[in-house]
Design a protein. Sequence first.
Length: 178
Amino acid sequence: MSMGELYLKVVQERFTRVKADGDQTIAQLNNEQLHWAFNEDANSIAVIVKHVSGNMISRWSDFLTTDGEKSTRNRDDEFNDSLATKEAIIATWEKGWQVFLQALHGLTEQDLLRLVTIRGQQHTVIDAIERQMAHYASHVGQIVYVGKQIKGNQWKTLSIPRGQSQAFTDAMLKEQQK
């Protein structure tokens, strides 16, 4: 496997994991909780989902051939809490990820050094991918943090439960010795 092929494989796996953290958080919350915001300047999970999806659709539709900031995107509207139901939130979330992951899976090693444009600025495809990794991971981190605060002691952890790190490491090492 070449370095470029390995890079694409790794980022596809990483983005899939980031999405799974968002999926698992959204699944734990009801509609009211998805619309909760700390104050009027904070974003609810519903708003973050709308923004991330809007970004994905804009950036990754015709990724290699058109500017990533599409004229059809209304970024300011993404910050209006207008997705009424949990089903609408999930549908918006899935649509953005579908567009993004389909474009990402369609890339080849030869594409990685190509230039793409985002808001009139040129970036290599690698840079564009890394830019979005930072962006999406930070927003999914917000989603997880808000979800964890809302659920409190009813939160179902997405990673190693507290106090179980050593047991997890021991199990991993035991598995590798097989």
